[in-house]
Design a protein around this ligand. Structure first.
Ligand code: PLP
Length: 430
């Protein structure tokens, strides 16, 4: 606890008035007060510096206060910070839509800009439901997904989150009941499990008449458990959804913009979904923005309907500041150095996290692209783990049985080694 009265007062007010994510009110654990951030470092009000291994929930891929992103934001603020998107348009949003169409798998032609990941999933689900309504099959109203997923905290996205981790029991009777299959067998390199593939195919076939879409996170299930799977299951999903008149939605909010080693995780499978969600790293972690892309078939299907419009329009849709900084962030990725960086991070984390495999209670150590995970056979002791991490100068936020990192792509090997060592230490005290 700090002795500085100004800091103490801020934290007192925070505890009193500010509701933090996934927390009770009042909070039981005081958050750290951050004053500034630059590069990969957070500077706390008490003067400590922490290496940020979280990229602020996987978004700040270029680090903080990147001069190019700062300049893009300042320049756009000098023109206009916002105008409504109904009846008006502007260059930053047009450029962003064009870039997203070019960067995402072929066939995704139309872009709906939204203000957060959860909203982009809402829009994706609305597109799918409305597509079937508009094309004369209103009975197709359910979603199918595999367990272990995470798609956001608003209500329809919650309905396709993992039914246990997503606290479905708390919301029984409120959430729409979707169709679940088991989580995909773990391991990016694990051979395809034929019996699982059969279950997946059979469940889609059995429910085809009532299914609007299959909704999954491709390759990496993020907040649902940081699990990786064989991209072959995505190819299979593409085939069976097509054969059964079911749409396919990929939620790439966590995996987009290089995190898994491919620009989009769908590239590992070589398939195009009907609808794609992006968010998180879209603006390089600067502002809240996400997007839902769809094929011409989906867009035209909706537009042929009795209500030929997509009834959605967030107030801050297409925000020019967020669009401008997203364009700048995508510009920083254009030279492809992110690919070398993600490979380098993968190598360094593999090496640095290897000792965790010998720690008692550790059941798995896995790395894919810019994601490193240490999984325990019990819940992480958050107080002890956080102390082990911060005392080594590292910021991470473990959850459930997982201690993991998704560092900014610019993190040096030396800093990555410190993060990995701290993760091993956190596993030891957990
Ligand atoms: C974070 C996340 C979301 C929700 O995005 P928000 O911007 O937090 O609403 C949805 N899907 C996935 C895969 C995510 O990682």
């Amino acid at each position: 606890m700090t002795s500085d009265p100004a800091i103490r007062e801020l934290l007192r007010l925070d505890a009193h008035h500010v509701w933090h994510p996934y927390g009770p009110m009042p909070a039981t654990v005081a958050p750290l007060l951050v004053e500034e951030a630059s590069g990969v470092r957070l500077r706390l009000a008490d003067g400590r510096q922490l290496i940020d291994g979280m990229s602020s929930w996987w978004a700040a891929i270029h680090g903080y206060r990147h001069p190019v992103l700062d300049a893009a934001l300042a320049e756009q603020a000098g023109r206009m910070s916002h105008v409504m998107f109904g009846g008006l348009t502007h260059e930053p949003a047009i450029r962003l839509a064009k870039a997203l169409v070019e960067l995402t798998p072929d066939g995704l032609e139309h872009v709906f800009l939204c203000d957060s990941g959860s909203v982009s999933v809402e829009v994706a689900l609305k597109m799918c439901l409305q597509y079937w309504r508009s094309t004369g099959r209103p009975g197709k109203t359910r979603m199918l997904t595999w367990r272990g997923g995470y798609h956001g905290d608003t209500f329809h996205p919650m309905s396709v989150c993992d039914p246990e981790g997503g606290m479905h029991s708390l919301w029984r009777g409120v959430l729409p009941e979707q169709v679940f299959v088991q989580a995909p067998p773990p391991g990016f390199d694990a051979p395809l499990d034929e019996s699982y593939a059969d279950v997946l195919a059979r469940t889609v076939e059995e429910h085809a008449d009532e299914l609007a879409a299959v909704v999954v996170e491709p390759v990496v299930q993020g907040a649902g458990g940081m699990r990786f799977h064989n991209p072959g299951y995505l190819r299979l999903l593409r085939e069976i959804t097509r054969a059964n008149d079911v749409l396919l939605v990929f939620d790439e909010i966590a995996t987009g913009f290089g995190r898994t080693g491919a620009f989009f995780a769908a590239e590992h499978a070589g398939v195009t979904p009907d609808v794609l969600c992006v968010g998180k790293a879209l603006t390089g972690g600067y502002l809240t923005m996400a997007a839902t892309l769809c094929t011409t078939e989906v867009a035209e299907g909706i537009s042929r309907g009795e209500v030929p419009v997509l009834a959605h329009g967030p107030t801050f849709m297409g925000n020019p500041l967020a669009s401008a900084v997203a364009n700048a962030s995508i510009g920083l990725l254009a030279d492809g150095t992110w690919r070398d960086d993600v490979r380098r991070i993968e190598r360094t984390l593999r090496e640095g996290l290897a000792p965790a495999a010998d720690v008692e209670g550790v059941v798995d150590v896995r790395v894919l692209g810019g994601i490193g995970v240490v999984q325990l056979d019990h819940a992480v002791d958050m107080a002890a783990a956080t102390e082990a991490l911060t005392s080594r100068g590292v910021w991470l936020r473990p959850f459930r049985d997982l201690i993991y990192t998704m560092p900014p792509y610019i993190m040096s090997d030396a800093d990555l080694a410190v993060v990995a060592e701290a993760m091993v230490a956190a596993a030891e005290v957990s």
